[in-house]
Design a protein around this ligand. Structure first.
Ligand code: GPK
Length: 823
């Protein structure tokens, strides 16, 4: 039994809470150089953060020596993105000291909530993919699975979004400007990362041909750790984020020649590698700097993995028994040729042995089928930056295609589809193909998505490797996404069924019978109303708009993307507006429609839809006939801390992507877990949410994935819907004719044209009427609050499957082959 498992019997003692107040004051002085009599919230937040962190360092060290002593197999989760958001409340929640801490902070003259608001989000990711990585770290450590996150410490995270005259404007997110108390910088650990140069052959002492990578430009990688406490502080793990430092000998010759500025230029340039997160979601930009970031992460991480491994092993032959590496999408897939290079060129192994180790070490998760997101790198770019890797990739491909050709003789088209090298339009490396070939397991992130991988995108690979491609449905951590973000509901749930649900989410099923208890329903409704009131205050503060907590809160919060169809939602809003205008005395269900989400800075169409939402909001909100029945707002800068306010307050969750395009979605899970009803297509994990909550408790509409595919094949005609549906026609004409942009009539023509003239790729026109009908069913049900609340309870009660604890255990047992420690 591990030492750290016995924790948390008496949190007061374990975390020395009696000394916390003094520690905060001490840190005010010693670490921050501030007068403790000052009442600056930011200083107190920092002093509290350091005092909390120092209580975990000891546990973290004990956890690490537990891992070491037991020689447990470690999981390395490699990701270019993590989206942890704020840390303070997560630390306190997982340590189980929120209430105690609130008292202590009150004695110092603050509320915990106001100190919480002082923290900047760590926005080191774009959206779902990065947030999933953070949920998985929480679940790994909470379930005693020895794992680490490895990523990049960007100086600038995802940009700060503001809305100016209805348009998105980006400002840089200098999130560490005032320091970050959670970081533990390891100034004394530095690894060298190589770029450019060339691959050279030589003969070793046995006369074998070998390769070495020479004449490189080197950059140093320095690690920065952020602790990840498990719930109940079972264990404490960390994510290790790399930052680029110029190498010490950088352009020494320039220095010697007296070219000081020239030498400094090189130094600054090399430190740019970790400067900024690329803000594209599911869109490959193909910049050299991005490929550098990817290799920087991979090279530093593998030096760290092998260093740790070699402390306890003499031979690398057993690496796959001690190390599992999960590639979060193809972004870190260059790890496959990198491990081959290390094993062969540095540790002297032959190809076959090295390849066997490699393919037993890696597993790859695919998160999208959108073609514009699939990474391919020009061979000349990759070959220039990483010449030895390019050589290895060619050899991987040569051997792989040999195998395919033997299985499917004469099928040259299959060979060219499966090749790691794409030949048409200039040679490019297909990173997904490389990742599939170099991994023992590939997984999609929801049942439907994995199925589409097997039968569509990766069909050839599925035929060749029939057991390689599998499913692990995504999940979210119930600690942050219920316990922490929704204290009102958490309290009610714990009072009713006890506290175990937060480590065993299936326990929520015990709420099912309570849906029939009217006192419980009232309490449930009160919790929702309280959250809606809190959000209303936030909205008033952020966008100076009053919203009424007694209206239906209809929410769509996610990245702006055409396939996610925020535009379809807008079309519904415009239709409601028209109905009210046509019949001002009509009895309609009052709604507040809220949007939030960032558009990639270069994604013109997505930015135009933000503008449209804001212009529609302007018209709707100013109209006297509409007042009290329909309000629309776009909340700027959607991020994790905003999601924590939005999610608990939702009545209706919009999950309306074109079927077959959203790999899973995880916002859908967060909203339903907090008692929102879902309106959605049969896409991603919505399918499984429907199976769990029951078709009668969710509003499903629209084309199914196979119907979308069929329609694309047989020829889809959006104009047909325009011609046959007067209400739709009116909506489209208003958008196209400038009704919402009177000063610039043509402003929204590109939106109109994309649906009417450019084929409506995401099939909004086809799904408009079914969506309107589903929304009418929503309106009707909301008028019957008793039924609505009953369904709200049943939604939350049936979300047990979507805990990331379940997902992580599936990875652990089925892919990583690791067991929880101490069990
Ligand atoms: C998928 F490919 C990508 C990407 O680059 N970024 C990203 O956030 C999302 N995703 C999917 O769009 C979601 O459906 C999915 O739930 C999420 O990844 C996590 O798997």
């Amino acid at each position: 039994m591990s030492r750290v498992c016995k924790m948390s019997k008496n949190v007061r003692e374990v975390f020395r809470l009696d000394e916390l107040k003094d520690d905060i004051r001490r840190n005010m002085v010693a670490l921050l150089g501030n007068d403790p009599r000052s009442k600056r919230k930011f200083s107190y937040y920092n002093a509290l953060a350091y005092s909390v962190r120092e209580r975990l360092v000891d546990l973290w060290m004990r956890t690490q020596s537990d891992y070491y002593d037991s020689m447990a197999k470690r999981v390395y989760y490699l990701s270019m993105e993590f989206l942890p958001g704020r840390f303070l409340m997560n630390y306190l929640t997982n340590m189980g000291i929120v209430d105690e801490c609130r008292e202590i902070v009150a004695e110092l003259g603050f509320s915990l909530e106001e100190l919480e608001e002082e923290e900047w989000d760590a926005g080191l990711g774009n959206g779902g993919l990065g947030r999933l990585a953070s949920c998985y770290l929480d679940s790994m450590v909470s379930q005693n699975i020895p794992g680490y996150g490895y990523g990049i410490l960007y100086d600038y995270g995802i940009f700060y979004q503001s809305i100016v005259n209805g348009n998105q404007e980006e400002r840089c997110d200098n999130w560490r400007r005032h320091g970050c108390p959670w970081e533990i910088t390891r100034l004394d650990t530095l690894y060298e990362v190589k770029f450019y140069g060339r691959s050279e052959t030589y003969y070793d002492s046995d006369g074998n041909v070998r390769f070495r990578w020479v004449d490189t430009e080197n950059v140093m990688a320095m690690p920065c750790d952020i602790l990840i406490p498990g719930y109940g502080c079972s264990h404490v793990s960390n994510m290790r984020l790399w930052t680029a430092q110029s190498s010490r000998e950088f352009n020494l010759s320039d220095f010697n020649r007296g070219d000081y500025i020239g030498a400094m230029h090189g130094k600054v340039m090399s430190e740019n590698i970790t400067k900024v997160l690329y803000p594209n979601d599911q869109f490959l930009q193909g910049m050299e700097l991005r490929l550098k970031q990817q290799y920087f992460l991979v090279s530093a991480t593998f030096q760290d993995i092998l260093r740790r491994y070699l402390k306890q092993h003499t031979s690398l032959a057993a690496l796959p028994e001690a190390v599992a590496v999960q590639l979060n999408d193809t972004h870190p897939a260059i790890a496959i040729p990198e491990l081959m290079r290390l094993l062969m060129d540095v540790y002297g192994m032959g190809w076959d042995v090295a390849w066997d180790i490699c393919t037993r070490t890696f597993a790859y998760t695919n998160h999208t089928v959108l073609p514009e997101a699939l990474e391919t790198w020009p061979v000349d770019l990759l070959g220039r930056l990483l010449p030895r890797h390019m050589q290895i990739i060619y050899e991987i491909n040569r051997r792989f295609l040999e195998g395919v050709a033997a299985t499917f003789p004469g099928d040259t088209e299959r060979l060219s589809r499966m090749s790691v090298i794409q030949e048409e339009g200039g040679q490019r490396v297909r990173m997904a193909n490389l990742a599939i070939v170099g991994s023992h397991t590939v997984n999609g992130v929801a049942a439907l998505h994995s199925n589409i991988l097997q039968t569509g995108l990766f069909r050839d690979f599925h035929e060749y490797y029939p057991r390689k491609i599998r499913n692990v449905t995504n999940g979210v951590t119930p600690r942050r996404w219920l316990m922490q973000c929704n204290p009102a509901l958490s309290r009610l749930i714990t009072q009713s069924i006890g506290p175990e649900w937060c480590c065993n989410l299936e326990k929520l099923r015990e709420l099912v019978p309570l849906a029939e208890d009217s006192a419980f329903r009232d309490a449930w409704a009160r919790a929702k109303l309280e959250n809606k009131r809190l959000l209303s205050r936030y909205v008033l503060r952020k966008v100076q708009m009053g919203i009424n907590p007694n209206t239906l809160f209809d929410m769509q919060f996610k990245r702006m993307h055409e396939y996610k169809r925020q535009l379809l939602n807008v079309m519904h809003v415009i239709s409601l507006f028209n109905r009210i205008k046509d019949n001002p005395s009509a009895d309609i269900t009052p709604r507040t429609v809220l949007f939030g989400g960032k558009a990639a800075p270069g994604y013109y169409q997505a930015k135009l839809i933000i503008r449209l939402i804001n212009e529609v909001a302007r018209v709707v909100n100013a109209d006297a006939d509409v007042a009290g029945r329909l309000r629309v707002a776009f909340l700027p800068n959607y991020c994790i801390s905003q999601a924590e306010k939005v999610v608990p307050a939702a009545d209706l969750s919009e999950q309306i992507s074109t079927a077959g395009m959203e790999a899973s979605g995880t916002g859908n899970m967060k909203f339903a877990l907090n008692g929102a009803l879902t309106i959605g297509t049969l896409d991603g994990a919505n399918v499984e949410i429907m199976e769990e909550v029951g078709a009668e408790n969710i509003f499903i509409f629209g084309l199914k994935a196979h119907e979308v595919a069929e329609k694309r094949r047989s020829g889809y005609n959006p104009r047909e819907f325009y011609e046959n549906d007067a209400e739709l026609r009116r909506v489209m004409d208003m958008i196209g004719s400038g009704f919402f942009s009177p000063d610039e009539r043509g402003l929204f023509s590109p939106v109109y044209d994309s649906l009417m003239h450019h084929g409506d790729y995401y099939m909004l026109m086809a799904d408009y009427r079914p969506y309107m009908e589903a929304q009418a069913a929503v309106d009707a049900l909301y008028l019957d609050q008793d039924q609505w609340v009953r369904k709200s309870i049943l939604n939350a009660a049936n979300m047990g499957k979507f805990s990331s604890d379940r997902s992580v255990m599936e990875y652990a047992r089925g892919i990583w082959h690791v067991e929880p420690l101490g069990k």
